[in-house]
Design a protein around this ligand. Structure first.
Ligand code: F6P
Length: 355
């Protein structure tokens, strides 16, 4: 009998439940004798031994469900190797409990931080396979992460609702979009929603250029939209804002949208409001793309487990489902390249990046 543990870790997103569904159903069909152990609240469930033996029926109906029925708690990578009063670290507890549960493998559905923990546990001898989830799309080595597509559509719908009120009141709206330290989600959402200005952490903005672009948009219609990534910063304050980005855990990013709205109102003379969809971007029903994508990722993860290939994270590279070594990709960020095709296309269609 093979015992496989599954956990979901870090910020949730739409796509986790379908990924669990595909992984579990595929494990049941690939392996003659398998027991799946659900681990609750991410790595916390392995530290505190909060687990449950699940059966095939437990996974029914998950394909179209948002969130994660295994729940998730953030366990910072940095805390993993800090010894407690008895000299025992969280990583030690996880390794001990993995053995206590008799696990043959552990599937970790997580983002960047979780990939670092997965790599650490793999180095400590556990059989780990990871799957790339996050609305931020910032995991190195994969074309996309799951959850990203749903979040783009949620952001686009959110902005569509704001457009009517922006038009009624002849206002400028600044919409702050999550994304941690990278601008993928703001870029895709902003371009797809028809924003006039898109501001990313990868391209520090010049407020005069932003105001110029907003004024230009207001010449053509009575309202304008600026989409700003939560980690963005002005070119005049790179140090201050970089520090802000790196201390997100203590401060939170929220604030750049509000700050920009004030600067735009002062610079253009047009009434400006800010709006933050925030965690709404992580919620809701997974898109058809995310369902189809996680179907493939989950199935591939099950194949790796079947073949006892570990220390890997499933990925899509140039459209092909494959796997990367955790040691090659964990902890490496994936910022939007300045020559990204979507940035080029957006610039050519008149969208400003505030630079
Ligand atoms: O990593 C996903 C993400 O939603 C980021 O886009 C955002 O910065 C962060 O998580 C928010 O985290 P929390 O749910 O802890 O507020």
């Amino acid at each position: 009998m093979r015992k496989i543990g599954i956990l979901t870790s870090g910020g949730d997103c739409a796509g986790l439940n379908p990924a669990i569904y595909a992984l579990a159903k595929s494990l049941y069909s690939r392996l003659d004798n398998v027991e799946i152990i659900g681990i609750y609240d991410g790595f916390t469930g392995l530290i505190d031994l909060n687990t449950k033996v699940l059966g095939p029926d437990d996974f029914d109906g998950l394909l179209d469900q948002g969130g994660t029925f295994l729940r998730s708690i953030r366990q910072g990578f940095k805390t993993m190797e800090i010894p407690d009063e008895k000299g025992v670290t969280k990583a030690d507890k996880i390794v001990k409990n993995y053995k206590k549960l008799g696990l043959d493998a552990l599937a970790v559905l997580g983002g960047n931080g979780s990939h670092k923990v997965a790599k650490l546990l793999s180095q400590r001898g556990l059989n780990v396979v990871a799957l790339p989830k996050t609305i931020d799309n910032d995991i190195f080595g994969t074309d996309e992460t799951f959850g990203y597509d749903t979040a783009i559509q949620t952001g686009v719908n959110y902005i569509a609702h704001l457009k009517t009120t922006a038009a009624s009141h002849s206002r400028v709206f600044v919409v702050e979009i999550m994304g941690n330290k990278v601008g993928w989600l703001a870029l895709s959402t902003g371009v797809a929603a028809g924003a006039d200005v898109v501001i990313l952490p990868e391209i520090p903005y010049d407020i005069d250029k932003v105001n110029k672009a907003v004024t230009k948009a207001l010449r053509h219609r009575n309202y304008a939209f600026v989409v700003v990534s939560e980690g963005a910063y002005s070119k005049n304050e790179p140090q201050k804002n970089k520090e802000r980005a790196f201390t997100r855990e203590s401060t939170g990013f929220h604030g750049i949208g509000e700050q920009l709205a004030k600067e735009i109102e002062a610079g253009t003379g047009r009434e400006t409001r800010s709006a933050v969809p925030g965690h709404e971007l992580r919620g809701g029903t997974p898109s058809a793309f995310d369902r189809l994508y996680t179907m493939q990722l989950g199935n591939y993860a099950a194949k790796l487990i079947q073949e006892e290939k570990y220390g890997l994270t499933v990925a899509r590279v140039k459209g092909k489902i494959t796997a990367n070594k955790l040691e090659d990709v964990a902890g490496i960020s994936k910022p939007v390249p300045l020559d990204d095709r979507l940035i080029k296309a957006a610039r050519n269609t008149g969208i400003s990046f505030g630079d």
